[in-house]
Design a binder for this molecule. Sequence first.
Ligand SMILES: Cc1cc2nc3c(=O)[nH]c(=O)nc-3n(C[C@H](O)[C@H](O)[C@H](O)COP(=O)(O)OP(=O)(O)OC[C@H]3O[C@@H](n4cnc5c(N)ncnc54)[C@H](O)[C@@H]3O)c2cc1C
Length: 368
Amino acid sequence: MDKRHVVVIGAGVIGLSCAVQLARQGYQVTVVAREIPGDYDIDYASPWAGSHFRPVPATKPEDRFEQELMRETYREMEDLADRHPETGIQFIPAIEYFDTADPAYCDEKLVQENGYASWPGFRVLRSSELPAQYESIKLGVTYTAWVLNSPVYLKWLKDEAVKYGVSFIRARLSAIEEAVFICKERLSASGTDEVIAVINASGRGFNDPKSFPSRGQFIAVSNPCQRMISHHWADGSTTVIIPRPLGGGTIIGGTKEPNNWSHSISDTATVSILSRAFTLCPELVGDSLDNGSSYGLDIRQVYIARRPMRQGGLRLEREDLAFQDTSEDGLRNVQNSIPVIHCYGAGPSGYKLSWGIAKRVERFVSEI
Ligand SMILES: Cc1cc2nc3c(=O)[nH]c(=O)nc-3n(C[C@H](O)[C@H](O)[C@H](O)COP(=O)(O)OP(=O)(O)OC[C@H]3O[C@@H](n4cnc5c(N)ncnc54)[C@H](O)[C@@H]3O)c2cc1C
């Protein structure tokens, strides 16, 4: 019997997770993407990500929905770490310091209500545990985070997809419906599967006025670190130190620059990021203290990438897309339509939400 065919636009962490999830459930899946694992581009966010888990309190209804997606992803990451060590997923201690003691992050009753305290290993740090080098820090928390090596993990997802029969087509699409035609042309040459849905996992979507980029300058260093550490400064900036398993060294971040389209690396930002990381985590450089401009950190790469942001957050919903097709005699235009499941605009959280999104997408498809 012919399988029901689903087209996935995008081979970032969201598109690939959807492809694997759908193919595991028996759908025939084709991924159409401009970039695939192994490629690097400023607008292909997934390979650049530090890729760590970071919880946030759920204070609004949409936060609660994201928390559910994060929980489903956390469980899947536990399972993958157990069954597939080659994914490189590791669970490690995480510490976060805050210059502002928001009650949503530390009030005993609130952290129970808003789900922040529900993550494995969660505890608010005692004041004696806060780092002496910063007077500004008002609050610290710890929990167990997962980390992974994004290029390795993306390659694993792609291999897993191929194992389940997913095919990949490289194409730069001008519109969602173009993917339907590209896929149908392939299918008519090989069989009669019916395309039943398109998954739009294109990062920033197609001409969505709510979508925008947030530029991030990050630094990959060889120095190893055994825990995830971050410091949220009073001015809204964040220093984050993320171990990258399987020989990936450590990722140090970084900047958050919404709507900044520049491709240029800022040398000033590089020095500031390194200096903050050096102070926050002296264990990164160990005994080999060096007060030069790289603070004893062995830089592999300084890079810029764009997070796929969206006003109102992630778009995860079904829409029926009407489009013009050609009649069977090839002479007339006929109206056609196809269900599209949008899943883009994951902003700074695509890895954290990936499996939760993929499972919701599969649910939408199963209802078609
Ligand atoms: C520096 C940095 C650090 C980050 N750290 C973390 C972190 O620690 N934890 C976390 O959870 N998230 C993190 N993120 C965010 C995360 O990387 C993104 O949310 C995630 O990668 C988004 O995945 P995606 O699949 O939606 O988009 P992308 O990875 O951007 O993939 C989009 C896909 O769609 C394809 N595509 C787009 N347009 C077209 C078109 N017209 N035609 C054909 N194909 C198209 C692209 O080629 C690509 O295959 C970070 C991001 C950055 C930049």
